[in-house]
Design a protein around this ligand. Sequence first.
Ligand code: UD1
Ligand code: UDP
Length: 380
Amino acid sequence: MKIITIVGARPQIIKAAALSRVITNQFHDIEEIIVHTGQHYDQNMSDVFFSELAIPKPQINLKVGSSSHGAQTALMIEKIEKVLESNSPDAVVVYGDTNSTLATAIAASKLHIPIVHIEAGLRSFNKKMPEEVNRILCDHVSTLLFSPTKSGFNNLLSEGFLNNYSNNASLDQPNIYHCGDVMYDNSLYFSKLSNQRSNILEKLKLNEEKFILATVHRNDNTDSVIKLTDLFSTFLEITQIHQLKIILPLHPRTSKMMEQLLDPKLLKNIQESNMLIIVEPTGFLDMIALEKNAELIITDSGGVQKEAYFFKKPCIILRPQTEWVEIVETKSAVISDTNSKTILEATETFLSNTELNFPPVFGNGDAASFIAKEMLNQFS
Ligand code: UD1
Ligand code: UDP
């Protein structure tokens, strides 16, 4: 059986590691061709993950790069269509909700190539998020939809998908599954490796020091002068109030927007702060080390909020809503958007409350082998 896996953005490369690993180790009847759209292209947003997570190097890189949503997606569709036509895979695998996912969904569905959507069913119920549009459209042209959570599975049922398992699923008769999260598989697997290989705590002199980890990249936050200013002013305030460092591996999008939008005085304060530590985007093993050792995680990332939960850390979510509703229901995470008061109060609460619960809601760490087995069942 031949599959083409299409990745493009950082989190998709990381997610792809789980399936590629089980294919290499257990499912020798599956031939996987990895195609990179080139949506992310900096060394520390792309290559680093292939090398440190032992993912087979992409056989094809479409080098699409950055542009507006329409231009980027259109160029991807054109190039992905050619790749699919010349390789005739039995199925194409996509992850999550990026423009690379949407472009693949459009190209593959028109060619009648079955789409396997990993991370199906997640909804924020905010269609102003480009990701919400991407994942809804992709789900509705997929043949196998693997949801990491029960709530994601239920969202698919509410949108009219039937829970009627077919041995011969198709575009008009798709199968939906609740199978656990490949990101959880990865966090379990790479956690040990991170202990052995990451030296980021030494590098940042954090071995003996408590700290907070933060990430910011969501377009809603980076592209608004008000939100970006609120966020960075609040970060500086937290470091002062709690005398704790905030480590912030900075997404290139945020870095560019800070230069463009922030008041030069605030920018200078940030640059000169020895408590708000901005670093380049890190590799995954370093990121795990930071997550496991942080007191608290403050983020607008989908993946990082879940990893906070996997490593039993409280999390403040810098978004107006989350598709990972379970982590908020267990009260180990709080939604703050960019509201300074809510962020400050939640920081205070989480730093003094160590009695948090993290019941298992993301599966057993075997989502990728479930998916590989089912693909073989359906397509070989
Ligand atoms: C994309 C995804 C988002 C995901 C995020 C993961 C879409 C619509 N958004 O957002 O869902 O959470 O990836 O990180 O697909 N840039 C660089 N170097 C790079 C990549 C990007 O400098 O290697 C800069 C460019 O200025 C670019 C900007 O970041 O214009 C945004 O990149 P883009 O891929 O369009 O969106 P992300 O914000 O990264
Ligand atoms: N990540 C990383 N280095 C960083 C920031 C994030 O390795 O500097 C990892 C993080 O651990 C998670 C994934 O990237 O696995 C999340 O990607 P991102 O936040 O870019 O996107 P999202 O999950 O919001 O789509």
